[in-house]
Design a protein around this ligand. Structure first.
Ligand SMILES: Cc1cc2nc3c(=O)[nH]c(=O)nc-3n(C[C@H](O)[C@H](O)[C@H](O)COP(=O)(O)OP(=O)(O)OC[C@H]3O[C@@H](n4cnc5c(N)ncnc54)[C@H](O)[C@@H]3O)c2cc1C
Length: 379
């Protein structure tokens, strides 16, 4: 641990390590030999319900036992350190952007999501050649949506999309932004193309042509679109940071084991001073990243504004994970670049972390704006 965690979280981590050893690691060995790993994901999910981890990301109103940001951060780091996609099935679905949904929106979308019966995807990013950002015209009790979303993860298999739109009235007067729920199969919702990214994610580009949805499909009030999208992104950014340090831990352990093996020079690479210097740097920086991460998780739990702190953790940890994996590839040598090598896969996986949930340079600009224009942000 980078710092002393409270005894209750330490106890959860001990339980989590034993859960990984008994329920996840043996299934990972089977997963690699299979084309279809859905049954293994289901088995992990059932074991997780039994062990209680499943409920830690779910609100009490849905039978959940929500954990603090600190506890979730420690667990997410541990899942990432295990380096298997099966850990994605440990936590149950969270409410995400729908967390405050009421009335029909709750019944038709939030409740089915929490029961695992419906799946949503998030549409925020727009293509560079869009005529104008996605907009919705408010007329009586309906919104008519037009526009495009170019990078929707899981979009082609989702039941619905939650998209950011600029709302205007029939006279084109701007009314503000809104997050709106749109059924994937609603008339006028079109998938322009599906594609995969280098870490294995599946995505879709969408076009909306006169898609009509009732106003109750709007999450919260008109004008709250951007703040709602960003409030949810903050949780996800902390998650990315925890996954990044988990990846650092996995990579450091993998690398140390490799460096201790016999080498053709006659002595293991771990005995060579130049290699030790590189390895020591990675450990020092990982220690610093984990200290930052845990401090920010505590900050989030304090209830204070933590936007700039979460940005710091996301930027620092994701960039460090890139450096750690890249250096590990260098120290292991050419075999690490052979397709199928664990570091080759990790190299592809880690690259997206500097772009997802806010490109790191844009987050830097947000942080500077928070400081210079709003006086926000701690050190
Ligand atoms: C694996 C993966 C999954 C994704 N999933 C989703 C999803 O589910 N939903 C979704 O909506 N999006 C998703 N995205 C898209 C992602 O959010 C965007 O790629 C990211 O926000 C960057 O936007 P962009 O690709 O349009 O690049 P751009 O905005 O064009 O930025 C490219 C680069 O230009 C520079 N830049 C841009 N603007 C400025 C500026 N104002 N000042 C200085 N520098 C600037 C930055 O260096 C930036 O990295 C996903 C992306 C990836 C890789």
């Amino acid at each position: 641990m980078p710092e002393q965690l409270p005894p209750d979280i330490q106890a959860v981590l001990t339980q989590a390590k034993s859960f990984l050893a008994t329920e996840v690691v043996p299934r990972e060995a089977q997963r690699r030999a299979l084309d279809d790993d859905a049954a293994l994901h289901r088995a992990v999910r059932e074991a997780s319900k039994e062990a209680g981890f499943f409920y830690k990301t779910q609100p009490a109103a849905f039978g959940g036992r929500p954990a603090s940001a600190l506890e979730l951060t420690a667990l997410r780091e541990l899942w990432a350190e295990a380096n298997t996609p099966l850990t994605r099935s440990i936590f149950g679905p969270g409410p995400g952007l729908l967390h405050e949904a009421q009335g029909e929106l709750k019944v038709s979308y939030l409740d089915p999501v929490m029961a695992g019966e419906k799946k949503g995807a998030f549409g925020f990013t727009e293509p560079d050649d869009a005529v104008r950002p996605t907009w919705a015209t408010l007329n009586n009790e309906a919104l008519t949506i037009n526009g495009q979303k170019s990078y929707v993860t899981g979009g082609s298999t989702a039941d619905f999309l939650t998209i950011l739109v600029n709302v205007e009235d029939s006279e084109k007067t701007k009314l503000g932004t809104a997050m709106v729920v749109v059924d994937r199969t609603a008339p006028g919702v079109m998938i322009d193309r599906t594609f995969s990214s280098m870490e294995g994610g599946g995505h879709a580009a969408f076009r909306f042509e006169n898609v009509s949805v009732p106003v109750w499909h709007m999450i919260g009030s008109l004008g709250e679109g951007m703040p709602r999208a960003l409030a949810n992104i903050q949780n996800v950014r902390l998650m990315v940071a925890a996954e990044a340090t988990g990846i650092c831990l996995w990579t450091l352990a993998y690398l140390a084991e490799h460096l201790d093996q016999p080498h053709r020079t006659g002595t293991p690479l771990s005995t060579k001073e130049g290699v030790r210097l590189r390895y020591a740097d990675l450990r020092i920086e990982t220690y610093a990243a984990r200290s930052l991460l845990y401090r920010v998780a505590r900050w989030v739990d304090s209830g204070e504004n933590a936007v700039n702190e979460v940005i710091s953790a996301k930027v620092f940890c994701s960039e460090l994970a890139g450096k750690v994996v890249d250096t590990a590839v260098q120290l292991v040598g050419g075999s690490a670049l052979v397709v199928g090598h664990p570091l080759e896969a990790m190299y592809r996986k880690v690259r997206s972390m500097r772009l997802i949930e806010g490109a790191n340079d844009l987050l830097r600009l947000n942080l500077a704006k928070g400081y210079f224009e709003m006086g926000k942000g701690g050190l």
